[in-house]
Write a protein that binds this ligand. Structure first.
Ligand SMILES: NC(=O)c1ccc[n+]([C@@H]2O[C@H](COP(=O)([O-])OP(=O)(O)OC[C@H]3O[C@@H](n4cnc5c(N)ncnc54)[C@H](O)[C@@H]3O)[C@@H](O)[C@H]2O)c1
Length: 303
């Protein structure tokens, strides 16, 4: 029971990774707000079914849960989700910003609606729920934020400019949340998951590379992600903050952070010409290859 008496909010918990996190947090004694606006893959109309089903499953197993159906993608939605926790259970200790959608399109075809829908759900949604919970955690001098990022942003993926931008934005948001909240014993970390869920089922599989990537992901259960979220939410991880953990089947990874990997200095200052002269013998050797997440992680993590 690593989360006894804690109150957790898990967004997008009606399906996939969020559902598994909500169920395992409840099994570890947390009282859980199961948020999900119940949207279809195409983003149409919300239903209460997914959030209700997970909340009922927690209650049937002897746990405590409250369902919430607001979209994370507005400040009012974020406030309402956190208010559900306070009204039902009196406080909020843990926020898992997990709700998400995909609207994949090549950069030369992506519409404003596709851009806005993904940025609003992931990046603004993460901010909206964080902004609602942060003052309460500051007041109580404890708390946990666990935000879902993605190797689409950390490494790269074809056709996901909106999603990659949102997910790297979430990393920046997480880092600054960790810095702003450090003195209040509040941690903020990212998980970069790999799992077969409905969302991955919406990735176009037109090219052979896309097909191969999706076939590999099909073997990875969303249940693998939940233990890492429970650990980060627990007292055992009180000193772990501002980090990025990858979870891929039975493999857990700690990601590096952006730091200069090489420096060149010219006491006279650089000109385009002097940089062109210097570049091949120096920085060129350290360029990072441009690959997709699927190309980088191309081995089976389940063996
Ligand atoms: N599955 C993966 O391999 C993978 C990889 C990288 C990152 N992620 C991230 O993990 C998180 C969970 O994804 P998943 O794969 O479980 O997807 P999923 O589609 O199975 O679940 C996402 C849930 O979020 C809900 N949701 C969507 N928009 C919402 C909104 N505005 N308000 C409230 N709920 C909303 C959906 O209704 C759905 O139930 C996402 O943030 C996703 O970007 C997943």
């Amino acid at each position: 029971m690593m989360l006894k008496d804690k109150v957790a909010v898990v967004t997008g918990a009606g399906r996939g990774i969020g559902r598994e996190i909500a169920l395992l947090m409840a099994r570890h004694g947390a009282r859980v707000v199961v948020n999900d606006y119940g949207g279809s893959e195409a983003g149409a109309g919300g239903t209460r079914g997914p959030a209700d089903e997970v909340a009922d499953e927690i209650k049937r197993a002897g746990g405590q849960a409250a369902a919430n159906y607001d979209s994370v993608a507005s400040m009012a939605g974020g406030q309402a989700i956190v208010r559900t926790a306070v009204d039902a259970f009196g406080r909020v200790d843990i926020v898992v910003n997990n709700a998400g959608i995909l609207r994949d399109r090549m950069i030369f075809n992506m519409s404003e609606d596709e851009w806005d829908a993904v940025i609003d759900t992931h990046l603004k949604g993460c901010f909206a729920v964080t902004r609602a919970a942060a003052p309460l955690m500051r007041e109580q001098k404890s708390g946990r934020f666990i935000n879902m990022t993605s190797t689409s942003g950390l490494i790269g993926n074809v056709g996901q400019a909106n999603y990659a931008a949102a997910k790297l934005g979430i990393l920046g948001l997480t880092k600054v949340t960790a810095l702003d909240m450090a003195r209040y014993n509040v941690t903020a970390n990212c998980i970069s998951p790999f799992a077969w869920t409905r969302m991955i089922g919406t990735i176009p599989t037109e090219t052979e590379a896309q097909k191969a990537r999706v076939e590999k992901i099909k073997k990875l259960s969303p249940a693998h992600i939940a233990p890492v979220a429970v650990f980060l939410a627990s007292d055992a991880a009180k000193d772990v903050t501002g980090q990025i953990f990858g979870v891929r089947g039975k493999e857990i990874m700690l990601f590096s952070h952006e730091r200069p990997i090489m420096r060149v200095h010219n006491s006279e200052g650089w000109t385009p010409e002097s940089l062109s002269d210097m570049f091949p013998g120096t920085l060129l050797h350290h360029l990072v290859p441009l690959v997709t997440s699927g190309q980088y992680f191309n081995y089976d993590p389940l063996v």
